[in-house]
Design a protein around this ligand. Structure first.
Ligand SMILES: NC(=O)c1ccc[n+]([C@@H]2O[C@H](COP(=O)([O-])OP(=O)(O)OC[C@H]3O[C@@H](n4cnc5c(N)ncnc54)[C@H](OP(=O)(O)O)[C@@H]3O)[C@@H](O)[C@H]2O)c1
Length: 318
């Protein structure tokens, strides 16, 4: 299977390394890489491990023509407000009858139902496992292992930056110390406010609701309040009471209405939702046939995100 990468940053490079490592088992060949500032490389016969980048192709369409791939792998920077230009990149792939795999939650949070339908009309696959909870199975879990079951709601601890800030304040540091630490760990989005004000969680909530509950919503429609009003003093009080705080995403369907919200919630320290330190994530699905069950991902990093994309690609081979 020939792959055209749109975006070649942390995830793109980790994925290329994983594909090289697994090349005796999985027949993936990278025939093109398109970036914003580093130019474009394309060779339908396959690119070397350290490709030479020429001038940037004049459009994503021109790039996809040059790469002659079967599958576009969309790994560009998240645009939380609109999901663009990733949505257009994905459509350019569908227009060429290419499968598309992405790790970008923007398109899933803003335009999932349209993209799903467009992929079906084009007769191609659209996969996005790494868009939420890095590579841990969330979407593919539902795709492959839950026939007949319906998601009635979910509860998730999905933002790492807010947890690092909370844990820093619990140890006596300031809010800004926590944000600086999260930046140092490379886990914040370009604008840290996006994480602590809850918009990262809102985007993930919208993406999950769109895919698992056919919500046809956007992050702007998720009722969102972040952790920016928490102080080290307040955290010390909670700690003395055996409590902590987590930024929680919740979805709940009641009759025909769907409630989506992100809130900083005060929890007992022993609460399951409080037991995910640092960058670890957790989601619980509330279902009609399988009760409540969940997925936990302990300290995921960029290699796990790359694996999620790899798992989507491997799924297209079968
Ligand atoms: N990092 C993670 O652990 C993680 C986890 C889950 C999901 N994701 C998602 O995965 C995606 C990639 O993340 P990342 O960490 O690899 O980002 P990154 O390191 O910032 O890389 C982004 C890449 O996209 C390219 N790019 C940006 N705009 C473009 C455009 N208009 N046309 C073509 N290329 C463009 C950039 O080009 P230049 O190299 O020229 O700047 C760069 O190569 C994001 O959507 C992110 O939200 C990441």
């Amino acid at each position: 299977m020939r792959l055209a990468f749109i975006g070649y940053g942390n995830v793109g490079r980790a994925l290329a390394a994983l594909i090289r490592r697994k090349r005796s088992e999985f027949p993936f060949v990278i025939t093109g890489i398109h970036t914003l500032r580093h130019g474009t490389a394309a060779d339908p016969k396959g690119l070397p491990a350290e490709p030479a980048f020429g001038p940037r192709a004049e459009s994503v369409e021109a790039f996809l023509e040059a790469a002659r791939a079967d599958t576009a792998v969309e790994l560009t920077t998240l645009n939380p407000s609109t999901g663009e230009p990733a949505i257009s990149h994905i459509r350019a792939g569908f227009a060429r009858r290419m499968h598309v795999v992405t790790a970008n939650k923007g398109p899933i949070a803003h335009a999932y139902a349209d993209l799903r339908d467009e992929a079906a009309r084009a007769g191609v696959a659209f996969r996005f496992e790494s868009a939420v909870m890095d590579g841990a199975p969330v979407f593919n879990l539902w795709r492959h292992t839950m026939p007949g079951a319906k998601v009635l709601g979910f509860t998730g601890v999905l933002n790492s930056t807010s947890k690092v800030v909370i844990e820093t304040m619990e140890r006596g540091g300031s809010f800004e110390d926590g944000l600086a630490k999260a930046r140092e760990m490379g886990i914040t989005e370009a604008d840290g406010a996006f994480d602590v004000e809850g918009w990262d969680s809102a985007a993930k909530t919208a993406a999950l609701a769109n895919v698992l509950m056919d919500a046809r919503t956007t992050p702007q429609q998720v009722s969102t309040r972040g952790i920016s009003r928490l102080t080290p003093e307040r955290m010390a009080e909670f700690r003395a009471e055996g409590k902590t705080v987590r930024l929680i995403s919740r979805a709940k369907r009641t009759g025909s209405s769907l409630t989506l919200r992100v809130r900083a919630e005060v929890l007992d320290r022993g609460d399951l939702l409080a037991c995910t330190p640092g960058t670890s994530n957790l989601i619980l699905f509330h279902t009609d046939l399988m009760g409540t069950f969940g997925t936990v991902s302990i300290d995921p990093g960029v290699d796990e995100t790359a694996y999620g994309v790899f798992s989507d690609l491997a799924g297209l081979l079968s």
